[in-house]
Design a protein around this ligand. Structure first.
Ligand SMILES: Nc1ncnc2c1ncn2[C@@H]1O[C@H](COP(=O)(O)OP(=O)(O)OP(=O)(O)O)[C@@H](O)[C@H]1O
Ligand SMILES: [Mg+2]
Length: 279
């Protein structure tokens, strides 16, 4: 179980994340939505420790991941594998070599430097490519693949890390609809077959509804919705994407219309925050 407890992160006067708390039981597919700048990428990067929180705690299966250093940190980063919108492959390396990079977390620094991989590692990388329908491309340069194919290679590389959780930051944002479906289906297969939790940032509400078990919504760094995906109706979506300042009611800024998931931020809190930001 991944556990976030009151996690905050500031960048100068910007509160990218504010007191975020939630748990993700193993095997859940969680979609993360919110407007541009809401803090979605910062959330995933904080879990992976690419970004250090300013406050709060993050733990996995009962152990905090915030004080990990050296090899332990490297192991955690492998366990919480990231997938990016831009794929982040080495474009001139072969598909197979790109996938093998995922096994580097277990290999010694010397072997990593010379790019030496064992027969077992190569077989495993090939098997993963086969699973994802990419084996026939194994010896092509990554740059010669379509976006959807590159993203599947990136997923194979992530799986090579033997992750406990996959953190996908807008994995389909630069793909055509068909490739996007293949990539999302791939993530769902991995989630269901291997029981690996997925946290997936998305801008498409339809995709969120189709693939998520659960939705987490951020607005201006705050968690404003954490609910089963069935709660993501049109009024909830409006609550996430509309400007909070336009909806003051009775001294409160109401986030949602769906009463069971209403989260409120008092205007005092909002004003205090604005003053903090100005200061
Ligand atoms: N390294 C950084 N330095 C300064 N500010 C940052 C940094 N990273 C993020 N921010 C700020 O934190 C806030 C949240 O950014 P983040 O990238 O997490 O948003 P997002 O929800 O992923 O947006 P998008 O949908 O556009 O990707 C933004 O105001 C952003 O400008
Ligand atoms: Mg982002």
């Amino acid at each position: 179980m991944l556990k976030l407890h009151k996690v905050s992160r500031e960048f100068g006067s910007t509160l990218a994340l504010r007191d975020i708390s939630f748990d993700v039981p193993n095997g859940q597919f969680v979609v993360v939505i919110g407007r541009s700048g809401a803090g979605k990428s910062t959330l995933l990067r904080t879990i992976n420790r690419l970004v250090q929180p300013s406050a709060g705690d993050i733990s996995f299966d009962g152990s905090s991941v915030l004080n990990l250093r050296g090899d332990d940190l490297r192991r955690w980063r492998a366990s919480a594998a990231m997938i990016f919108q831009g794929f982040n492959l080495s474009s001139r390396l072969s598909v197979l070599s790109n996938v093998l990079v995922g096994s580097s977390n277990e290999t010694s620094q010397m072997r990593r430097l010379v790019g030496f991989y064992t027969r077992d590692e190569k077989l495993r990388a090939a098997a993963l490519l086969d699973d994802l329908g990419m084996l026939e491309k194994a010896f092509q340069r990554a740059e010669s693949l379509s976006g959807g194919q590159q993203q599947r290679v990136a997923i194979a590389r992530a799986l090579m890390q033997k992750p406990k959780i996959i953190l996908a930051d807008e994995p389909i944002a630069s793909l055509d609809p068909l490739s996007a479906k293949v990539v999302m289906d791939t993530l769902r297969d991995i989630n269901r077959k291997h029981g690996i939790s997925v946290l997936c940032n998305l801008h498409s509400i339809d995709t969120a509804r189709e693939y998520g078990d659960r939705v987490i919504a951020l607005r201006a760094g705050e968690l404003v919705l954490d609910a089963p995906i069935s709660a993501l109706d049109d009024s909830a979506v409006r609550g996430v994407y509309e400007n909070a300042e336009e909806h003051p009611a009775c001294g409160k800024v109401t986030s949602f219309c769906a009463p069971e998931f209403v989260t409120t931020v008092s205007s005092t809190d909002t004003n205090t925050r604005k003053q903090e930001q100005v200061a």
